[in-house]
Design a protein around this ligand. Structure first.
Ligand code: PLP
Length: 379
């Protein structure tokens, strides 16, 4: 038995067996809440820099959209999320019939795995990867192959070429990457798409799109539109829009048929009424989001410079976080940082056990992180 928790439960009255894929599944590492750290460490000021939230939060218009709360809370939400999907369609130029929304983009990843993966299917993703790309695939009984980055922590096209030499059911590519932060540029994105096995569904996870978009970043929709295969581009309101709490992600899909497959496996009211109202208004205030992204990019440059001056090697970043080699065991370092009120994510995948991912917080939070790091590091 590889999972201690399962072994423990097996002796309890009423013990049962899960599907084997589920019994062996690791738990998603969602990190600690501010309240948990505050009570455990008795520190007042907490810098929560482990989950890539936007410290500035959402547009005030999004909160102002919560009028008539009593009715909003009383009634079932609009099951097809019509207003959000219409707004996304207007923003992206993609037909509303090919827009699908999820309870966070993690829900869309789950829906894609439920709808498309059979036991034994091969899924290809990155190493290190976004945990849920692997978890939901494994839960369905798929095998996951992970493609390495280069030594300089950038996309490795030769490695992708090798991985694409064998059949695959799905490619899951976070662009920009989480946790690394690097991004495929336009021509390289086209190369990877061209390499993909012809039968593979392409899941392009653009959770950090708003931080990366610019002349060098691929127009994924334009590239994928020329493909004769199912594909989907995922984005989220959890990061640049400052709305991780409401859980809203969206997918731009190759066809209404793919959307239909996802609609069949989703819970009928997967987007709650508050989320629908808030998300629609937030999407309509692009100026607020863009100004916030600009400030994050500036703070990111300052933090990068400080880390590099302290002798750390920091991966390229087109996101709202930095991934760096702490040059010591990361889990223990992150634990010590908690004592200073700083929450960061220590990486655990083999080969990256000395890496920390730190979100770009406010200037003050980044300063708190840097001071705590200088006090607690052991290298
Ligand atoms: C944060 C993140 C998500 C999850 O976003 P939610 O919409 O909050 O579920 C998905 N993919 C990647 C790569 C992420 O970093």
């Amino acid at each position: 038995m590889s999972n201690g928790a399962v072994a423990e439960h097996a002796t309890e009255p009423g013990a049962f067996a899960c599907r084997p894929e589920v019994a062996a599944l690791p738990r998603y590492n969602a990190g600690l809440s501010v309240a948990a750290v505050r009570s455990r460490y008795a520190v007042e000021r907490i810098a929560k820099l482990a989950s890539n939230e936007n410290p500035e939060g959402c547009s005030p218009h999004a909160i102002a959209a919560l009028t008539d709360l009593r009715t909003l809370l009383r009634d079932y939400p609009d099951a097809p999320s019509t207003a959000i999907r219409q707004t996304i369609s207007e923003l992206t130029g993609w037909p509303a019939s090919q827009v699908v929304v999820g309870n966070g983009s993690e829900n869309l990843i789950e829906m894609l795995c439920l709808a498309l993966l059979n036991r034994g299917d091969r899924v290809v993703t990155q190493n290190p990867c976004f945990g849920l790309h692997e978890l939901y695939s494994v839960a369905m009984g798929a095998t996951v192959d992970k493609v390495d980055f280069t030594a300089g922590l950038d996309f490795d096209l030769a490695a992708w070429h090798a991985a694409c030499a064998r059949p695959a059911r799905m490619l899951m590519i976070a662009n920009p990457s989480n946790p690394v932060g690097c991004a495929l540029n336009g021509p390289d994105f086209e190369r990877v798409v061209a390499m993909a096995p012809p039968e593979a569904v392409l899941l392009i996870d653009e959770a950090y799109y708003e931080y990366a978009v610019g002349p060098a970043f691929p127009d994924a929709l334009a590239v994928l539109q020329r493909q004769q295969r199912p594909w989907i581009v995922l984005r989220t309101l959890s990061k640049a829009y400052g709305l991780a709490g409401i859980r809203l992600g969206y997918g731009l899909a190759s066809s209404a048929q793919l959307v239909d497959a996802l609609e069949r496996v989703r819970t009928p009211f997967n987007i709650n009424a508050v989320a629908q109202a808030v998300a629609t208004a937030a999407l309509q205030d692009q100026a607020y989001m863009q100004a916030s992204v600009q400030r994050t990019v500036q703070t990111r440059a300052t933090l990068r410079q400080a880390l590099e001056q302290d002798g750390y090697v920091v991966a390229p970043s087109h996101t709202n976080f930095l991934f760096f080699d702490a040059q010591e065991p990361a889990v223990a370092l992150a634990e010590r940082l908690l004592g200073h009120g700083v929450i960061v994510k220590a990486w655990r995948e083999p080969g990256f056990e000395s890496f920390i991912r730190v979100s770009i917080g406010t200037d003050a939070e980044c300063q708190q992180f840097l001071s705590a790091l200088r006090l607690t590091r052991s290298r």
